[in-house]
Every structure is written in structure tokens, then in C-alpha cells.
Design a protein around this ligand. Structure first.
Ligand SMILES: C[S@@+](CC[C@H](N)C(=O)[O-])C[C@H]1O[C@@H](n2cnc3c(N)ncnc32)[C@H](O)[C@@H]1O
Length: 368
């Protein structure tokens, strides 16, 4: 078979997703007529398709050396993205800026890579360009919001996050299934962000209620019990509520909850008997559109002066509730303040800080 015929056959095998067969032919073609960037480029791309990312990137770098072209840079970029090689991705775009300048294909992932390696100002610039190019893309705004937060531009981060969210129209709330929640339980404690939720909420408590004993605590959405396991000794009696069977099982193993209720919020709150001095909920209330029942029940269950602390996904005022995804919602400060006033709570603090990647509102209210 001539090298040309072998090359065409190899392309046919790629189309049929026989990547290993195609690679064997590309190698033959390259041996017969070495140094052809098109052949080497196809070989590299096929390696990527076969899941041999590091090898593919190496081969594509050779094609790029032979024929500098933005498409080869992009193929290498995709390979590095698959490998989550953020440093290398940023270096590639810097080294070949002269070839890819103005090519918007690179912007979304480059911006994310820059966040991962702590280049927040660069990420802000990249993702701002990406937002201009792809104004409807939610993930770009999500990452731009994270970059703004890392730059301490907190209000802008909230604004950026809110912009793409559609208002909740009052339709029946979508509830995440127990099976999906159980899925989150796997490896939950090993995730840095999951550990952040409870640490951040406890920090909020210590900063805003210094020296106040927690006493009887009600925790909404315990997860595996990370927050419960970090409560101060002043938490004398701890009740937890959690919907996921797998989460409850892990929380129970920790032996920190005096009472652990496997139930569906907010309805199950009607069955709970107080009183409590403190109600805590870290990284949970974004699962609910209507937070009215939570404030009403917190008001019923808390003693005068009781503390109600929680986090939510953020939304800009004067809007009230928006949808961030199926079964996930964002809430504005105007909304939280309205519910607080209607239910006899005073605002102690609403801080903007990292929530689920982008910012959230970390909220502390006092009853009465
Ligand atoms: C992101 S985790 C946070 C867990 C814990 N608060 C922490 O800080 O680690 C959210 C938790 O809310 C629970 N959850 C979600 N919807 C719920 C519902 N309707 N009723 C009770 N728990 C729910 C989930 O099962 C999950 O454990």
C-alpha cells in the first residue's frame, strides 16, 4: 500500500473509532515518509482520542514544531485539559500567544486553568473576553465570579454570578432524589470544599457570637456530620436532620448527634420539638427555593436571642429567588432580610465568601 493509501485507510479507521488500528497505520506512513506534519498531527490527535493523552501531546508538539499553526496549539491544549495540566496549559497559551491571539476557543478553559494556578487577575481578563465572545455560557460567568471573589471584588462577584440566573417563577420546587444525594456521600469528607462549609459556618458563629455557648443545637442537613464533629464543647445537646440515607449512616457512625432524624426538609421540621439556642445549616439551603418555612420553624424552635446561621447561593437585590440548576436555587439579601423581619429575626451578619466555587452569602440572624 502506498503511503497515501495507508494514510487514507488510517483516516477511515479513525472514523470507525478503531484508534489503535489507525495509529499502527499512521506509524507506518510516518516511517515511510517522515516529517510530514499532517501525518504526525493526525497521529497525535488519534492518540488523544485513544486516551493516550501525554503521548498525544508529545506527538502534537512535534507537529507544531514542524508547522506552527493555531489548530495544533488547540489540539495540544485539549490534551493538556484532559490531563488537568493547568500550569502547562497556561504556559502553552503564553508561548504561542502570537498564533492564538484573538482565537476565542482557548478562553474558557484557559481562564479556569489560570484560576487553578492562582493567576486571578489574568483569569479575570481571560474570562471577561470569554464572556464577551460567549455571553450565554453559564460556566464562564461561574468561573469569572470565582476569579472576582479571589480578587476580593465581592459585590462584583455576586453580580456576575446572578446575571445569568433566571428568576424562580414560583413553580413547584424540584427535589434532588435520595439516590443522587447518596451519591454525594461517597468520598464526601475528602473534598476540601465540603470541609470548608462547616469550618466557615463555625467561623461565622465565633466572629459574631463570641463567647456565647451554643447549648442545644439543631443542624439542618448534617451530611456526614462534619459540622457536628467540629462543634464546641458548649453544644450540650445536638439534633441533626438529613435526607440522604448514606449521609445519615456516616453521621451516625460519628456518635455525636444525640438525635439524628432521617427526614425531608423543610416538612420534617414540623415534627421537631424545641427549644434550641442555636440552629445551623452549612451548604444546604440552596436546595430550596422557598426559605419561608425555614424561618417560620426557626422562629418557633429557637429561644429568645437564639442564633440562626446558614449559607445560600447569592443573588443580587432587588430580585428575591433564582434558579441555579435543577433543584438548586439562589437567594438575595433583600429576600433573606424580608423573611427575617417577617419572622422576628434581626440580622447579625451577611458576609460574601466562597460557597460552592463562586461566592455565597454566609448569614447570621438572631431571634428577637
Ligand atoms: C453539601 S451537603 C452539606 C452537608 C453538611 N451540612 C456539611 O456542611 O458538610 C448538603 C446536604 O444537604 C442534604 N439535603 C439536601 N436536601 C435535603 C432535604 N430535602 N432534607 C434534608 N437534607 C437534605 C444533602 O443530603 C446533603 O447531605
Amino acid at each position: 500500500m502506498s503511503p497515501d493509501d495507508a494514510f487514507q485507510s488510517a483516516l477511515g479507521l479513525v472514523a470507525k473509532e478503531d484508534f489503535e488500528g489507525a495509529l499502527a497505520l499512521f506509524i507506518q506512513v510516518n516511517q515511510a515518509a517522515p516529517g510530514n506534519p499532517s501525518v504526525i498531527g493526525m497521529m497525535g490527535k488519534t492518540c488523544l482520542k485513544a486516551g493516550r493523552h501525554a503521548e498525544g501531546v508529545g506527538i502534537l508538539r512535534e507537529a507544531l514544531r514542524l508547522k506552527p499553526h493555531a489548530d495544533y496549539v488547540f489540539d495540544i491544549f485539549l490534551g493538556l485539559a484532559q490531563m488537568k495540566a493547568y500550569e502547562d496549559t497556561v504556559a502553552l497559551c503564553r508561548d504561542y500567544a502570537h498564533l492564538i491571539d484573538g482565537d476565542t476557543r482557548f478562553l474558557p478553559f484557559l481562564g479556569m486553568a489560570q484560576i487553578y494556578i492562582g493567576q486571578y487577575q489574568e483569569a479575570f481578563v481571560t474570562l471577561s473576553l470569554a464572556r464577551e465572545a460567549l455571553p450565554e455560557d453559564f460556566s464562564i460567568r461561574h468561573n469569572l465570579s470565582s476569579a472576582l471573589l479571589s480578587l476580593q471584588r465581592r459585590e462584583e462577584a455576586v453580580e456576575c454570578y446572578s446575571e445569568m440566573l433566571a428568576d424562580w417563577d414560583g413553580a413547584e420546587e424540584v427535589r434532588m432524589s435520595i439516590e443522587r444525594l447518596d451519591g454525594i456521600a461517597v468520598g464526601y469528607d475528602q473534598n476540601e470544599l465540603h470541609n470548608w462549609f462547616s469550618n466557615r459556618l463555625l467561623g461565622l458563629y465565633q466572629d459574631n457570637f463570641p463567647g456565647r455557648p451554643m447549648r442545644r443545637v439543631l443542624e439542618l442537613g448534617t451530611g456526614t456530620g462534619l459540622l457536628g464533629s467540629r462543634l464546641p464543647a458548649s453544644a450540650s445537646l445536638v439534633t441533626g436532620i438529613e435526607r440522604s440515607v448514606a449521609m445519615v449512616a456516616q453521621a451516625r457512625e460519628r456518635k455525636i448527634y444525640d438525635t439524628l432524624i432521617e427526614g425531608d426538609l423543610p416538612g420534617v421540621l414540623h415534627t421537631v420539638e424545641g427549644p434550641f439556642e442555636t440552629i445551623l445549616s452549612s451548604g444546604v439551603l440552596y436546595y430550596f427555593a422557598d426559605l419561608g418555612p425555614f424561618f417560620t420553624q426557626a422562629s418557633r424552635l429557637l429561644t429568645p436571642g437564639g442564633a440562626f446561621l446558614f449559607s445560600v447561593d447569592p443573588l443580587s437585590d432587588p430580585r428575591e429567588v433564582a434558579v441555579t440548576g435543577p433543584g438548586e436555587y439562589a437567594h438575595s439579601r433583600a429576600y433573606l432580610r424580608r423573611l427575617a423581619a417577617e419572622n422576628g429575626f434581626k440580622e447579625v451578619a451577611i458576609e460574601i465568601d466562597l460557597h460552592r466555587g463562586p461566592p455565597g452569602f454566609w448569614c447570621a440572624f438572631r431571634k428577637g
